[in-house]
Unconditional design. Structure first.
Length: 715
């Protein structure tokens, strides 16, 4: 150590020098990865490519997929699903379609171009520079005569496919820039315009019709149409219907002659990304960001089948190569073939082997953040600052547990072979091993002791600081264990095939009952505490009446079920002309029930205070009431805080029983929505998560209260 208090390389222990080297390497490589990742560099973790659109060739031998890496994946079904990539677009390929003769493939992309590919040679025949803005969707007429595109500029471009020339530029639309459709014979083109739909003559560009949402009747109970932007459009093969999907999760079936909605399709819980008709026009297939695809009957607009399996949002659907099959693709990078009759997946292909994009983005954010924090830690470690050692532990234990643990555990559930899953997880496992080495060095005794307390401090001060440092270090490891177990629990719940979009949809409704749950619990625990205190004093009293009443109360209440007591308060008292509403009845039932259990806790706490203290108080002239208030109860409260806390936690959970009386608290709302949509697991997990979070918060407060009440003991 030099005169300024700074370390020199020669004076540092060998393991400390190794630690500095490891932290420097980790911080430098982390920043390098993050910088080149955001700059579009070549070193990136293997991530799957999202599927934006699918198309089946007319002879049903090829499947084309537009993906976000700027290529078209082409699968040869008859040749064992052999895959080939067609590169050319510089942005994501958002639309693909085969011409009716199957000779050419049309693609539109985020680079603002439309490309015509020869299916046989896999070469580009023509490139149309449409816009300097990304193209979001393209639609080809069933007869192949016209194609329309729409992009971020909101302009609808219409092309004559025979001449290859653009014949109309319509718009721009004011709202939606995601949905465009051409009818079967190429005479009409429709595009979303906010929550409305605009229809033009495809040849002249003249406005033909505008479809606007409206109230079904004067009661204004049912809105027909859309209230948020339109994101998907498709004409029926006979041209009589236009079906639209929206951010508002509703599918509307419009009658083009009357400009009215015939039916509404409700059942998705997130944005509708695509709609297609089957060949006979009797069913509509939908793809949604809620991870599901559905089939809707025409007429009627009722959902007949739901297909679940994608790991994230479904972006596109297409008719399948066999009868009663269809294809779907989504953000999870998979192409799936479904059997409609059995609603089961019969084949799966992947655009690439890798982790989900969300984990790749999370890792890049982590690399940038940990790189910056690593430099801070490196400076502190070099200066021998105690906080730097603790910060390093927190960064390199808790961070990797989340960033690496989540994708590694998810990879184990991928429908792939073990070797393929290991190949995907290998880079993550190597990273995990590196961080484990770093933590191992951080926790070696020479390193931990080196940063435990300042060397320049007095011995007594070093002991105090060292004790505090060890406590914080232990807390970091406890937090890391909690984080790991939460990650593990999350991964386990993911395997339940939970409907995450459904949970997100109804989370506000269910959680709106949390306030009432807290109110019932808080009032009940206050009343129960008062009852318990008086009950305990009665049990300890030498007065036979008080003792007998307290004993009978405890025996009766503890000997009968809480559910029965709730029913007596709510349904029994009206027979005595005492009518209580549900909330007061529930509060009284909980208070009386838990008061009986807590009576024995208070009694034990009071008896734990030695009689010698009471005799000493009497000797100095304190009355019985003064002794109880100043000597006995303060010590008894400190003793009973942990068991009383447990009772409060139990009461919070038992407050769910008041839902049986129709109280719209948390559990009642969860049960109501779960039964209505047959999603009880999802809704009760939301309720359970709230109770758990509330319990954790209360445990924290209870711990602080215990420490406060025990401050005299520590001194």
């Amino acid at each position: 150590m030099n005169s300024s208090g700074e370390s020199t390389v020669q004076s540092l222990p060998r393991l400390v020098r190794l630690l500095l080297i490891l932290v420097a390497i980790t911080a430098g490589l982390s920043l390098l990865y993050a910088i080149q990742y955001y700059a579009g560099g070549p070193i990136q973790l293997g991530v799957i490519s999202r599927v934006y659109d699918l198309a089946l060739s007319p002879d049903k031998s090829l499947v084309a997929a537009g993906v976000d890496d700027g290529t078209i994946r082409l699968w040869d079904i008859k040749n064992g699903w052999e895959m080939q990539s067609l590169a050319g677009h510089s942005g994501a390929v958002t639309s693909v379609d085969f011409t009716p003769d199957g000779a050419t493939l049309i693609s539109a992309g985020g680079d603002g171009t439309v490309r015509i590919w020869d299916v046989t040679s896999r070469q580009v025949l023509d490139i149309q520079e449409i816009s300097d803005k990304p193209l979001n969707q393209a639609s080809l007429a069933l007869d192949g005569s016209l194609m329309a595109t729409i992009g971020d500029d909101g302009v609808v471009h219409v092309f004559d496919m025979e001449s290859g020339q653009m014949i109309q530029s319509i718009g721009p639309t004011e709202g939606t820039k995601l949905a465009v459709a051409v009818n079967a014979d190429g005479s009409l083109v429709a595009a979303g315009d906010g929550a409305d739909i605009q229809i033009w003559d495809a040849r002249t560009g003249e406005s033909v019709q505008r479809l606007v949402g409206y109230w079904e009747d004067e009661s204004q109970e049912q809105w027909l149409g859309h209230q948020e932007e339109v994101t998907a459009l498709v004409f029926s093969p006979d041209g009589q219907l236009l079906v639209s999907g929206s951010v508002d999760e509703v599918i509307s079936f419009w009658d083009l002659e009357s400009a009215e909605v015939n039916w509404l399709g409700e059942g998705h819980f997130s944005t509708i990304n695509e709609l297609i008709f089957d060949e006979e026009g009797k069913n509509v297939h939908s793809a949604s960001a809620d991870f599901k695809s559905k089939i809707w009957r025409v007429p009627g607009g009722k959902s007949s089948e739901t297909f679940v399996g994608h790991l994230s949002g479904v972006n596109t659907v297409a008719l399948g190569p066999q009868t009663n099959t269809f294809l779907s693709g989504g953000d999870d990078g998979s192409l799936r073939l479904w059997d409609i009759t059995n609603t089961t997946m019969i084949h799966i292909e992947w655009t690439a082997l890798g982790i989900q994009p969300i984990w790749g983005d999370l890792l890049s954010i982590w690399m940038l953040l940990s790189g910056i924090l690593g430099l801070v830690c490196l400076w502190g470690l070099w200066k021998r600052r105690g906080w730097s050692h603790l910060l390093s532990l927190g960064v390199y234990i808790i961070g990797p547990t989340i960033v690496l643990g989540l994708p590694i555990l998810e990879i184990t559930s991928y429908p792939l072979s073990l070797s393929a899953r290991l190949l995907i997880a290998l880079p993550l496992l190597i990273l995990a091993a590196w961080y484990a080495l770093l933590v191992f060095v951080l926790m070696r005794d020479p390193v931990a002791l080196f940063y435990e307390a300042p060397e320049s401090a007095e011995l007594a001060e070093q002991l105090i600081i060292g004790q505090r440092t060890r406590t914080i270090r232990s807390g970091i490891f406890v937090a890391a264990v909690w984080v790991f177990l939460v990650v593990l629990l999350y991964s386990l719940l993911r395997r339940f095939n939970l409907d995450i979009p459904f949970m997100r949809e109804f989370l506000p409704f269910i959680m709106s009952g949390a306030g009432l749950t807290l109110f019932v619990s808080a009032v009940s625990i206050v009343l129960a505490t008062i009852l318990a205190l008086f009950g305990a004093l009665g049990r300890l009293s030498k007065n036979p009446i008080a003792n007998g009443v307290s004993g009978f109360y405890i025996s009766l209440i503890r000997g009968t079920p809480l559910l029965v007591q709730i029913y007596i308060w709510y349904l029994g008292l009206p027979r005595l002309d005492i009518v209580l509403s549900a909330v007061p009845a529930g509060i009284l039932a909980l208070s009386v029930n838990y008061g009986a259990y807590m009576t024995e806790i208070f009694r034990a706490g009071i008896q734990a205070v030695s009689k010698g203290q009471q005799e000493a108080a009497a000797a100095i002239g304190m009355s019985r009431a003064q002794t109880l208030r100043r000597i006995v109860l303060p010590q008894a409260f400190r003793i009973v805080i942990p068991p009383i806390g447990n009772e409060f936690i139990a009461m919070m959970k038992d407050s769910s029983l008041v839902s049986l009386m129709g109280v719209w608290e948390l559990t009642f709302r969860a049960n109501k929505i779960g039964r209505q949509y047959f999603r009880n697991i999802e809704t009760f997990i939301i309720a359970a998560a709230f109770y758990w979070i509330l319990t954790v918060v209360f445990q924290f407060l209870q711990g602080n209260l215990e420490a406060y009440m025990a401050r005299g003991e520590r001194k």
